[in-house]
Write a protein that binds this ligand. Sequence first.
Ligand code: NDP
Ligand code: GDR
Length: 358
Amino acid sequence: MGKSGSGKVALITGATGQDGAYLSELLLAEGYVVHGVKRRSSSFNTGRIEHLYQDPHEADQRFILHYGDLTDSTNLIRIVQQVQPDEIYNLAAQSHVAVSFETPEYTANADAMGALRLLEAIRILGLEKKSRFYQASTSELYGKVQEVPQSETTPFYPRSPYAVAKLYAYWMVVNYREAYGLHASNGILFNHESPLRGETFVTRKITRAVSGIKLGLQDRLYLGNLDAKRDWGHAREYVRGMWLMLQQDEPDDYVLATGETTTVRDFVGHAFAQVDIKLDWRGSGVTEQGVCAASGRVLVEVDPRYFRPTEVELLLGDASKAKAKLGWSHDTPWQALCEEMVREDLIVVAREQRRHGE
Ligand code: NDP
Ligand code: GDR
């Protein structure tokens, strides 16, 4: 596989996901040849990277997709062998915490064993000195609150099959670094969102619903735990941190976070305010409702089906290490992130409305 621009070749698993799309853009802009792994699916799953697509018949391709799956080790070994990557970003995962309670075994296979399969591929192919490795670790590792804010030294207490699977991957990365001298790093990333966020994560679910309600396509938004607190940043800024980790002389583990935490309820209120709807909150717990102050209409209702068997109540990250050692910073406060997501979803939902009307 040829080299151009920066002279580096990157392999991204999960290239079709939110972070994969932003990271692909960043690495292409940095002059990399980017290889992405995508899953076979019965419908198109490349919407987020359509703008990066290059006709495979073009000469000097810099963005190349391979079919693959984290549950298939022979496939992963073959791709790594073919690509000979300087950098591997393991972003692929069953990434939905609530879904992991429904599919714990699959989640372990993809999220825990998947990381191991890639680390082993590096070793089997003798690429320990060539291929640097980034693992998409998560603030979900902190789970039940042990310390606030959470940093690289805060003890882990995972609270979902997703988090337990990611805990295994985290320690495998540390172990392969220590045992075999791999340049392997964990990014312990707190929640990061964008207009490309999957539609079933809470921020995007909210901004889509606000747009649907504003445009008269949806009556009500049903949510689970409104008291949960998250440290929400912008995905575009977080993928830069992933890249910076692999540019360091030494591998290490880093928290990326904004240092501010917000309840789901406040995010909902701010999102509705963007379409000039002021919400009043009534009731509490399962009876809580968000009511339009002007019309008295109930727009938000709690539905216990969205509660999780075990919840992560509070995430608030301390990214001092990443700031000091990587020179990483974030610029987008959660309010601006929310505003951008509502703005984009008003466009997306109106387009869908026109398409359905045709
Ligand atoms: P997404 O859910 O948007 O993307 C996940 C990607 O993984 C998609 O490309 C998906 O493919 C792919 N994938 C899922 N299962 C498999 C599999 N078995 N084999 C191959 N590919 C698979 O996640 P994000 O982009 O938000 O997150 C990226 C990574 O970072 C994930 O590992 C996530 O767990 C982790 N993370 C995310 C945070 C966040 O706030 N966004 C915070 C901390 C960690 P398809 O498109 O076909 O579904
Ligand atoms: P999270 O993100 O679980 O933090 O994992 P999500 O947006 O799913 O939930 C955030 C919080 O909102 C509460 N919540 C709801 N969540 C969803 N999805 N749907 C609802 O209707 C709803 N109502 C309330 C949740 O209970 C939770 O407290 C994300 C993923 O990207 C992971 O892959 C990543 O590792 C972590 O962020 C950091």
